[in-house]
Design a protein around this ligand. Sequence first.
Ligand code: ADP
Length: 437
Amino acid sequence: MRMKLRYWMIVGMLIIMIVPRLFYEVPGILDRYIFNPSQAAQQQTAMDKLVHAVSESEATQWGDAEWRDSITNLVSSLHLGVVLSNASGQELFRFVPSGSENNPTRQIAFSSDGRLEGTMNLYGPRKSNGWGVALSVIAAACVIVMIGWKIGRVVVKPLEAASAAARRIGSGDLDFDLPKSTVAEVVDVRTAFHAMRDELREALIRQSGLEEERRFFISAIAHDLRTPIFTLRGFLLRMEKGMDSSQKKLAHYLEICSKKAEQLDRLVSDLFSYTRMESLEQTMQSEQVELNGLLKDIMNEYIPAAREKEIDLRFEGLQTEVVLHADPHLLRRAIGNLLDNALLYTPRKGEVSLICHAEKNKVLFSIKDTGPGISGKDRDHIFEPFYRGDESRNPEYGGTGLGLTIARRILRAHGGELTATNNETAGSVFTGWLPLL
Ligand code: ADP
């Protein structure tokens, strides 16, 4: 049962007050009902006898010495005490054995012709309740020890554990479990500590994941930068030392160097975009963009590259104008990356198309190509940073493995999504969507 501390205190105090009192009464109750039930009846009879003897006499006799002697004998033989007072309350006779005055049992009024003549107070025999006192002291001690033990268990121990846990958190140890309690305030502290522990644990896992990604990121950058630089240096050295003097060879080397420089340029600009992605939501500029126009514009930029490979570049735009809130530069980058890949992986005389259509609350676009498509193994990973399919590890392709990661992050930052499948016939299909205004 869960209760506030102040209510537990009230319950504890009531127990401390009631239980010893109950134990004080136990010997008397046992005596009266179990061990000596006849004693109570005997005392009752003795009292009746005394009341009868007094009521037989006149109140005027109560001062009489002879009458007083006979009553004294009777009272002492019955082990009772008696006090007789006249109508005005003046005490006329008293015989109360010491100790019995604490044990008054009855008060009787005598009257004649409706007039009060006197009163009689009866006292039972002196009772010693040594056992009752002893039991109540033991009960009080037991109750206090039990309440102390309970407070220790439900209040002190959990709080001690909480302060030990706070020290452990300080030293980076999150492996603790605080004991349960029935005190509401302590339960609240326990719940708060456990919530803090779980959140810290999650934050640490997240942080170590980020650390891991960062380490991987740096080693991948180092690797990808080194390869083209190494090739560049090699060919430049050959040319510098005049190792191959034929014009044809020199032109070939220069072409390789220029390709490597291009590769480096792409790598650096991909890295730059990727690092910007981390704070994308904050840096994104939102403006009204007419999507059809933007897509057509992007497609036009790719006409020369497509022509070079004799690739048929097709565009099927939307029937109507569609305006959405977006960052046009980022969208250009995302769709550009997809078109870059499509043209890169599609062989000569192939086909690349960009098809759009609008649905109720979103606009979809698909970029289809007639390249090799994406293998099942690669499909789960192509959106991960620095992932490159086996085919594209060929330095000819010169990719960084960041293009699709960047494109997906851009679409997600706009509230949309990007997925990849394969065409039924040949090639891959990248489908993206953006929410409409
Ligand atoms: P990269 O810079 O290597 O192209 P991306 O992130 O753009 O990096 O692509 C990751 C991988 O996805 C590529 O290495 C390639 O294996 C695969 N891929 C991307 N686009 C296509 C496509 N149009 N056709 C076939 N495979 C693709």
